[in-house]
Design a protein around this ligand. Sequence first.
Ligand SMILES: CC(=O)CC(=O)SCCNC(=O)CCNC(=O)[C@H](O)C(C)(C)COP(=O)(O)OP(=O)(O)OC[C@H]1O[C@@H](n2cnc3c(N)ncnc32)[C@H](O)[C@@H]1OP(=O)(O)O
Ligand SMILES: NC(=O)C1=CN([C@@H]2O[C@H](COP(=O)(O)OP(=O)(O)OC[C@H]3O[C@@H](n4cnc5c(N)ncnc54)[C@H](OP(=O)(O)O)[C@@H]3O)[C@@H](O)[C@H]2O)C=CC1
Length: 291
Amino acid sequence: MEIKSVGVVGAGQMGNGIAHVMALSGYNVRLNDVRQEALDDALALITKNLDRQVSREKISQTDRDGALGRISTTMDMAAIGDSDLVIEAATEREEVKHKIFESLAPHLRPETILTSNTSSISITRLASRTDRPEKFMGFHFMNPVPVMQLVELIRGIATDVDTYDACLAVVNKLGKTAASAEDFPAFIVNRVLIPMINEAVYTLYEGVGNVKSIDMAMKLGANHPMGPLELADFIGLDTCLAIMNVLHDGLADTKYRPCPLLTKYVEAGWLGRKTQRGFYDYRGEEPVPTR
Ligand SMILES: CC(=O)CC(=O)SCCNC(=O)CCNC(=O)[C@H](O)C(C)(C)COP(=O)(O)OP(=O)(O)OC[C@H]1O[C@@H](n2cnc3c(N)ncnc32)[C@H](O)[C@@H]1OP(=O)(O)O
Ligand SMILES: NC(=O)C1=CN([C@@H]2O[C@H](COP(=O)(O)OP(=O)(O)OC[C@H]3O[C@@H](n4cnc5c(N)ncnc54)[C@H](OP(=O)(O)O)[C@@H]3O)[C@@H](O)[C@H]2O)C=CC1
């Protein structure tokens, strides 16, 4: 089955990036969220990012106009039901995702492929609560979506070959590269990356370094484009904590215990860039370390 239309549920930082790249590659996109403000913000950000791509001569004005013309937004879940492919990119909480799949079910065509952009949650478990485990899989983009080359494709135990092939064809059309990962907690990238970030938070918690020295050390000492704490703020501290909890619970190993300092930041609502405060305070001209 050839995918032509894509429904994206959740218009946060990942949802808007997914809508952006899908529309630019010619797919008709319906973007859904529970808040109109999130949809308005997403569309404004997509427009800004497309404009920047035009000004840097990465795309033409016609590409930009075409992409924007292919994106529509809706708070009505029913309106995305006739999409060929649905990508769920809402908050990293399993119950939220189950509820979304339940409310989508009555509106989906039987042949629609249902996927989740989850960073860590079992695809098999998410699939088992839908009416189409064989047409369900993980479609995991990296942040920022317009820039990062990789998409992890994760099959649940029941995912059929046609579903995988159809998703792989989409990744290829986007000009991105797929990595196939088995369905174990946090898959490949986050199994390696998020414990590294969690260890950086321990390094801070134990006073081995401060925010600035830890980030500088990893940027200059390991050639990472962002320091681990800067990257944690970029991903979202709630998402980092949720992934650590999935690793801790799913692999039942204390080496994955989330750092209490990470938990404290999340409890404070200091979730990183998206709330203007995390390991850095972003409310001024320059980010200022909070420790
Ligand atoms: C949590 C999960 O489930 C999985 C994950 O996603 S883990 C996170 C994975 N992501 C990373 O590790 C990102 C690490 N950071 C980086 O690679 C780089 O810092 C970065 C690409 C984000 C920015 O790179 P930089 O060189 O510092 O900045 P800059 O020169 O301004 O940007 C490079 C390009 O990215 C674009 N860009 C930067 N941030 C962007 C954003 N948020 N959205 C869209 N485009 C963006 C810029 O426009 C620029 O594009 P051009 O090359 O066309 O000019
Ligand atoms: N951040 C990252 O670097 C990456 C994240 N991911 C994954 O992508 C998903 C989204 O993450 P991210 O974009 O960062 O999160 P954000 O917090 O930026 O966005 C999530 C969005 O989903 C909305 N939402 C919540 N519940 C619903 C619902 N029932 N229906 C529709 N929309 C809903 C939220 O609304 P509200 O604000 O009102 O709650 C918010 O707008 C998660 O599963 C995450 O693990 C994957 C790769 C990278």
